[in-house]
Design a protein around this ligand. Structure first.
Ligand SMILES: [Zn+2]
Length: 676
């Protein structure tokens, strides 16, 4: 496996042809020294940008060299100077966004099913005209990559914008017909596009590796999810682009990282030094936010990468690198406890992305949030993952199951595994019946139907508050909640429990659904007091929730949805791997370094706040005091130490549970648990 450096920069350089004297103030030694002083050990630099212009002395495509590039060896000198300082330089080039090509070769552009060219229109600002890699554009890419391999010292390639698109160009239409697909059907077009992109990635990587077997290779689509499985061999590693202030938010990174780290390749995650997103020149991220984002990467087994953009003059900004250095110097000290570290997890959360294709799948995001707030240790999986390592699996709201996937889960439960299934999860692909035998519930006959002819229960239909009901928890599942009705803003799936299954909570109906003919007050209709069906059902090792509690939590985070879930987890697995007495804003992970015979607990406390219309802000570090932590450990413990400062902690080990107290957590604290 390729092991990536910990402290990386992604140095954007999309530079307009209307800007003069490009690279005129570039000083190779100043460039590399500034990076070195900021403790950077890898920087991705530009061969060609989204304007379609080049920053090396191309012989095959001299017309594409930036017209105002003063130093035609800009990229070469960046690489050579960095190499002298021991800094790697993967090369950036763009694939699907190239303005120069798009305006000269409209026949290579993606054509939507409406016949329109896809992307930025002629009289709008921007270079987002999508190019189709199933056209002769591909030949240009191959020639460009071959030339870079011949002319430049190549550590690796970052191929940007290799993303799904819905294309009806003549090459794609022809290809679909040859593959026996129907180009008039959206599903067929998207399936064909998946084949085109997988083939593109696999063939381009083969071409690169024949010429440079050691080059790292990554294809960026702004996200890593189940779609990478078929072309995983094309990647040397994964880069998780996820700028919290750049449209991804703070929820995306942990979701994608907990999935990507299980695919067997090393991962690095991108944030940015920008206040907002890429291209936000002359802006700065707050230091506390940059710390949180980088340290959270370490806690989730990723290497760090900070996005920056070089000014067209080519002069590196020393103030930006003072900021980056203030964080990367801390990362460098933490690295010995992160190198080769693997997560220790006991819960597997299956992602709904496999079915919805969403970058932040609603139900899964709600589940990630709930589990993190409680300090649970978990991975994000899909139906093709191995389930063996987990004590508990969770299927949030919309995980449909083929016969094979259902059989795999039933076997897992029969072997002692625990399972929580919610809402419409666990149904067969047609959604007509539960595919799982172990669940102890079945769909009711003749459920209430919505206008679209599909059952109302388990999904949002029309107005958010039109179809609601209430959950009435019984004793065990209701711990920490008043024993009364709690609003469920989406109605339960209509189910019946098997006779020997245990009902843990009931569904109480509202008086009526909210329509123009009958409604009550400002929002949802109140409880009628009438119990109509089970809401939560336990059947041995499984617990089923009839409501989509994760979708509800992602929407507006009712605490009772989380409390019900946490109670269900406790009923099934008892004491969790890690617990603490801190607030729900603590982010806690457990990693292991088998070679060093130790575990490393990461505790983070930074609170993003919605201070503006657009983005969440972190400005301050709010310290925590006297945080008590309990960790279930597999062996005798030799020592517990705050690292990297090497401050020993007193601890107590009783019946396999290690307990220690931190007098203070300021931002991020790692605790080494050394085994005897
Ligand atoms: Zn096409």
């Amino acid at each position: 496996m390729t092991e990536l450096p910990f402290r990386q920069i992604h140095l954007d350089f999309h530079t307009s042809e209307h800007i003069p004297l490009v690279g005129a103030e570039f000083d190779a030694e100043e460039f590399a020294r500034t990076l070195d002083e900021a403790r950077v050990n890898s920087i991705t630099c530009f061969a060609r940008c989204h304007h379609g212009l080049m920053y090396y002395n191309s012989k095959r495509f001299p017309e594409r060299i930036h017209p105002n590039l003063v130093n035609r060896n800009l990229l070469l000198e960046q690489i050579e100077a960095c190499h002298k300082h021991g800094i790697r330089v993967p090369i950036y080039t763009t694939i699907q966004w190239d303005y120069y090509t798009a305006v000269r070769h409209p026949e290579w552009r993606v054509i939507g099913p409406d016949g329109q060219l896809s992307g930025t229109k002629p009289y709008e600002a921007g270079f987002y005209q999508d190019l189709c890699v199933n056209t002769p554009y591909r030949d240009f890419i191959w020639a460009h990559v071959e030339e870079m391999l011949e002319m430049l010292p190549v550590d690796g390639f970052f191929f940007d914008i290799v993303k799904p698109y819905d294309c009806s160009c003549r090459y794609c239409q022809q290809g679909m017909k040859e593959a026996g697909l129907d180009p008039t059907k959206e599903a067929d077009r998207l399936a064909y596009n998946k084949l085109v992109l997988d083939k593109f990635r696999l063939e381009l990587s083969e071409f690169v590796r024949e010429r440079n077997p050691d080059a790292t290779i990554f294809y960026n689509a702004g996200h890593i999810g189940p779609f990478v499985r078929e072309s995983k061999d094309a990647y040397s590693h994964f880069e998780l682009e996820s700028l919290p202030s750049g449209g991804w938010g703070y929820m995306h990174f942990p979701l994608t990282a907990r999935y990507a780290r299980n695919l067997g390749l090393d991962c690095v995650s991108h944030t940015g030094k920008f206040h907002t997103s890429w291209g936000d020149f002359h802006s700065f991220k707050n230091k506390a936010a940059l710390e949180f984002e980088c340290f959270r990467m370490l806690a989730l087994n990723c290497k760090c990468e900070i996005g920056d953009q070089l000014h067209p003059s080519g002069k590196i900004d020393k103030y930006v690198y003072e900021l980056i250095g203030s964080v990367y110097s801390q990362v460098e000290k933490k690295e010995p406890w992160c190198r080769g570290a693997k997560a220790v997890s006991e819960i597997g959360l299956l992602t709904t992305e496999e079915f919805t294709g969403e970058r932040v799948p609603v139900a899964t995001a709600g589940a990630v949030q709930m589990l993190q707030e409680a300090g649970h240790q978990f991975e994000v999986l899909d139906t093709r993952s191995s389930f063996d390592a987990y004590r508990l699996l969770i299927l949030p709201d919309g995980v449909r199951l083929t016969e094979a996937a259902a059989a795999k889960l039933d076997e897992y439960v029969a072997a002692g595994g625990k399972l929580i299934v919610t809402g419409l999860s666990g149904l067969n692909p047609e959604g007509t019946e539960s595919a799982l035998k172990s669940l102890g519930v079945r769909l009711k006959d003749n459920p209430q139907l919505a206008d679209d002819g599909l059952p109302v229960g388990g999904r949002q239909v029309g107005d958010f508050l039109q179809y609601v009901d209430y959950i009435l928890p019984r004793e065990a599942i209701g711990k920490g909640l008043p024993p009364t009705e709690h609003a469920m803003y989406i109605k339960a799936v209509e189910i019946e429990a098997a006779p020997d299954a245990e009902v843990l909570a009931d569904v109480v109906a509202s008086y009526f659904d909210r329509t123009w003919e009958h409604f009550c007050s400002h929002r949802q209709t109140p409880s009628s007091g009438k119990v109509v069906q089970p809401a939560v059902v336990r059947n041995g090792n499984t617990i089923y929730f009839a409501h989509p509690i994760f979708t509800l939590y992602h929407k507006n985070a009712p605490r009772w949805c989380k409390q019900l879930l946490l109670n269900a987890i406790e009923l099934l697995i008892g004491q969790p791997l890690l617990s603490h007495n801190g607030p729900t804003t603590v982010f806690a992970t457990v990693n292991e370094q088998p070679d060093a015979n130790r575990w490393v607990v990461h505790l983070l406390h930074y609170i993003p706040e919605r201070r503006s219309q657009e983005i969440d802000i972190i400005e301050d570090v709010i310290p925590l005091y006297n945080l008590e932590v309990a960790v279930k450990v597999p062996a005798e413990v030799k020592s517990v130490t705050c690292v990297p400062e090497m401050r020993p902690l007193e601890f107590e080990l009783l019946d396999g549970t290690l307990r220690f107290t931190l007098d203070k957590v300021h931002g991020h604290q790692m605790i080494e648990i050394a085994f005897a």
